[in-house]
Design a protein around this ligand. Structure first.
Ligand code: CO8
Length: 256
């Protein structure tokens, strides 16, 4: 059985995590398959956005505890088990949307946090319960969660292992939208399709610029944004977008 299922819907690449009997626990094989699928979609000029999803019970329940329970320090250090493919996710330049139903725990929550937009079904529950295992989040959770929802709630979740439901996650800024469970995939695909209809280079630089807000000072971020705006004037799509507006017609982007 493949650890991930991969398909395309128009210009959207869809990756479904596929270890349902293990609540999509993120073992090495799944992380390798996910990394490979992401890289393939990122390199495909026919793809403008990527959706990662799970099943109705689990987006992902975290690292595979059965796989890692007896690892030694040298096992995880030498094999990069915990960090395996997480840098790949960070490298993806196209927009990545997480469609989350059920649990997104530990590494599963960190995977969602690594995506650009999280759409949650009303059943979604988020948490970093690693403290229960005497571990700590190892794929950016202690860094991305406070940036997403602030220190107070992030400390509460990390130190107490409590889960956050979809409503609170939306209120706290962890997710973009909450939708009825039955509509999770259709609404996420509709959003991804809309995003993918825009100029791909504009989307990619937009993602880079927003991410700069987390990784640089305001002055540096503003400078980056301004330079990238100037660079847009070298783009055929920007010329097309502005002229199409003036001519009152839909823009036809060639993604150049
Ligand atoms: N790893 C391995 N197997 C799991 C995991 C997991 N994380 N989560 C669930 N499973 C398995 C269960 O063992 C069970 O298997 P079996 O049927 O063979 O006994 C099956 O999935 C179904 O699970 P439950 O019977 O427990 O189902 P429930 O509905 O009662 O509970 C829960 C679902 C709440 C998700 C519960 O299973 C749970 O609490 N799971 C563990 C969650 C957790 O602690 N996650 C954090 C893991 S540590 C981590 O993620 C560190 C991140 C480091 C970086 C990321 C690297 C990839």
């Amino acid at each position: 059985m493949s650890e991930v299922l991969v398909r395309t819907e128009g210009r959207v690449g869809v990756i479904t995590l596929n270890r349902p009997a293990q609540m999509n626990a993120l073992n090495s094989a799944l992380m390798d398959a996910l990394g490979a699928a992401l890289l393939k979609f990122d390199a495909d000029p026919e793809i403008g956005a990527i959706v990662i999803t799970g099943n109705e019970k689990a987006f992902a329940a975290g690292a595979d505890i059965a796989e890692m329970a007896d690892f030694s320090y040298s096992d995880v250090y030498a094999n990069s088990f915990i960090t395996r493919n997480w840098e790949t996710i960070r490298q993806i330049r196209k927009p990545v949307l997480a469609a989350v139903a059920g649990v997104a725990l530990g590494g599963g929550c960190e995977l969602a946090l690594s995506c650009d937009i999280i759409i949650a079904a009303s059943s979604a529950r988020f948490g970093l319960p690693e403290v229960k295992l005497a571990l700590l989040p190892g794929a950016g959770g202690t860094q991305r969660l406070p940036r997403a929802i602030g220190k107070a709630k992030a400390m509460d979740m990390c130190l107490s292992a409590r889960l956050m439901d979809a409503e609170e996650a939306e209120r706290s800024g962890l997710v973009s939208r909450v939708v009825p469970e039955a509509e999770l995939l259709t609404q996420t695909l509709a959003l991804a399709t809309k995003i993918a209809s825009f100029s791909l280079p504009a989307l990619m630089v937009m993602k880079e610029a927003v991410n700069r807000a987390y990784e640089s000072s305001l002055a540096e971020g503003i400078l980056f944004e301004r330079r990238e705006l100037y660079a847009r004037f070298a783009s055929e799509d920007a010329r097309e977008g502005m002229h199409a507006f003036l001519q009152k017609r839909p823009a036809i982007f060639t993604h150049r």
